[in-house]
Ligand binder design. Structure first.
Ligand code: ADP
Ligand code: MG
Length: 518
């Protein structure tokens, strides 16, 4: 056969083959476009696992009527101008290929309106052939409708799996995007009823429940690690919760779902001997790094990326600075005093009072270091009378108190009026706080001395922390564990008492005679 140039039909179908492999690929591209358009609500309708209809409606910024034809053209994008831009991509799309590809293998229509236009416009594309742009009534945003996918590529249709499998691929994709963008409301319907709906309220754990069920979601451990220019957030499973394959390992890099070998390997390293051979964790992890440090233009469906400093990313994911306390999964409270938790390496008993003291103390000192302690006015100012010695001590501390978020003034002999407290202690008893401040006050203490300030802060935190014997709700218990994990020195209270006791898996096994001499 002689060499000849391919007709544009054939070359676009070849190109489409790379981008649009199955219905889920269409959903991915359209969802990414909606996210790039700044949508806060994304509604997805799927009929017959996407073979008959895929429709993605968003309330993003829309496409101007005179750009509709370009939007559907190959190599047309609003997200990139010059090749250098490729190295600081902050959008999900950039190749200008998806709509052209989808339009060449389906009956597609784009209906869109920008806020400055009185009405919307619609463009139909059938098997790659664009019609005329028509004016239509439409809300601001875009509706992308894709009917009869692959109607003109029967070979592709043959490769599709069963409806159940194709549908599952779509659901798992959308749920993962919903997890990555918890502030966007996602809704998926199958033509009759909603199969997935997220609140868009930023709560990732409830979306996790939609993905894995409530039981699994409850067990997942939250990760939050930040280093210069890098952050890793999301969820990982405890070692007791595993799967026999890697399918539930999800990584997003800068909001983009990637299948990245190096990240998965780093993750396995992190779990190393804790998992049995052939068992894999469940994760939904979100790595955010400077766009300049990652090359996103290395894979046709953008499912892989390259990092500029591969080693740095690897060691960060392997052991992010994960966590001076191993990540804790709440089991419950005993004696209304201790919180029981499971960590990757055994059992933890947390003293709720000592832990809360530590948490309050670090929060207060962090605000203090930033010189921004938010203060909250009391509904009714509280009048507190102190013994003469304590009143004298307090007097010498008044200026210091005021820049610590308290508003306290003298109100007669040995009497003070508290008008505001640090917001961190909202709901705490003001007279308790004042008394704490002058407790064990030593004559030679001079205010504004860093050490003294920390000492005073520790006293207030001690007084206002939850007490042993106080029943906490599950949410309060979980919040306390999360806060403790975020502390710089989580293992002791500000006065040096331990906040937790650890029983390692190893120690448990020995105690139960499963290991070592019997
Ligand atoms: P890319 O996303 O790589 O730019 P696409 O083919 O997916 O390429 O889309 C082409 C262009 O059409 C985009 O650059 C964008 O300007 C516009 N577009 C597509 N979908 C939407 C949408 N849902 N809302 C607003 N603009 C969109
Ligand atoms: Mg796109």
């Amino acid at each position: 056969m002689p060499i000849r140039l391919l007709s544009s039909d054939v070359s676009s179908q070849i190109a489409a083959g790379e981008v649009v492999e199955r219905p889920a690929s269409v959903v991915k591209e359209l969802t990414e476009n909606a996210l790039d358009a700044g949508a806060k609500n994304i509604s997805i309708s799927i009929v017959d696992a996407g073979r008959t209809l895929i429709e993605v409606a968003d309330d993003g910024h829309g496409i101007p009527a005179d750009e509709l034809e370009l939007a559907a053209a190959r190599h047309a994008t609003s997200k990139l101008i010059q090749s250098e831009d490729l190295f600081h991509i902050s959008t999900l799309g950039f190749r200008g290929e998806a709509l052209a590809s989808i339009g060449s293998v389906s009956h597609m229509s784009i209906t869109s309106r920008v806020a400055s236009a009185k009405e919307g416009a619609r463009l139909k594309v059938d098997g790659g052939i664009s019609g005329k742009v028509e004016k239509v009534g439409a809300p601001v945003g875009t509706v992308l409708r894709v009917e009869n996918l692959f109607y003109n590529v029967p070979a592709r249709l043959k490769f599709l799996k069963t409806d159940v499998t194709e549908r599952r691929a779509i659901d798992s994709l959308v749920t993962r995007y919903a997890l990555a963008y918890p502030n966007v409301r996602f809704k998926v319907t199958d033509g009759k009823q909603a199969t997935l709906q997220t609140a868009g309220d930023g709560d990732r754990r409830s979306i996790l429940a939609a993905l894995y069920g409530v039981d699994v979601a409850k067990q997942m451990l939250e990760v939050m690690a930040v280093e210069e220019g890098l952050s890793l957030t999301g969820f990982i499973s405890p070692t007791s919760l595993t799967r026999s394959n890697r399918k539930e390992i999800t990584f997003f890099v800068n909001g983009r779902w990637v299948q990245e070998f190096s990240l998965t390997t780093a993750l396995f390293q992190a779990y190393h001997t804790l998992l049995m051979v052939g068992r894999y964790p469940l994760t939904a992890l979100f790595l955010d790094i400077d766009p300049e440090d990652v090359d996103v233009n290395v894979h046709p469906t953008k499912a892989e990326v390259r990092f500029r400093s591969q080693d740095k990313i690897f060691s960060f994911v392997e052991s992010p600075s994960f966590a001076p306390v191993p990540l804790l999964r709440l089991i419950g409270q005993i004696g209304s005093t201790y919180i029981v938790a499971e960590g990757p390496d055994g059992l933890y008993l947390v003293d709720q009072h000592a832990a809360h003291e530590r948490v309050l103390f670090e929060k207060l000192m962090a605000q203090h270091d930033r010189k921004s302690i938010p203060s909250q006015s009391l509904l009714a100012p509280e009048v507190v009378t102190l013994p003469p010695q304590s009143a004298k001590a307090l007097m010498s501390q008044l200026p210091f108190l005021n820049h610590f978020g308290f508003e306290v003034e003298e109100f007669g002999t040995n009497t003070f009026q508290v008008r505001a407290m640090p917001a961190l202690f909202a709901g705490g008893d003001p007279s308790f706080a004042l008394r704490a401040l002058v407790e064990d006050f030593e004559e030679d203490e001079t205010p504004l001395q860093a050490e003294v300030e920390a000492k005073l802060a520790a006293r207030v935190c001690k007084r206002l922390a939850v007490k042993g014997g106080q029943t906490l709700t599950t949410e309060e218990q979980r919040a306390l564990l999360n806060d403790l994990e975020a502390c710089a020195s989580p293992r002791t209270c500000p006065h040096g008492r331990p906040t937790m006791i650890h029983l390692s898996v190893d120690a448990l096994e020995r105690q139960f005679g499963r290991r070592g001499p019997r």
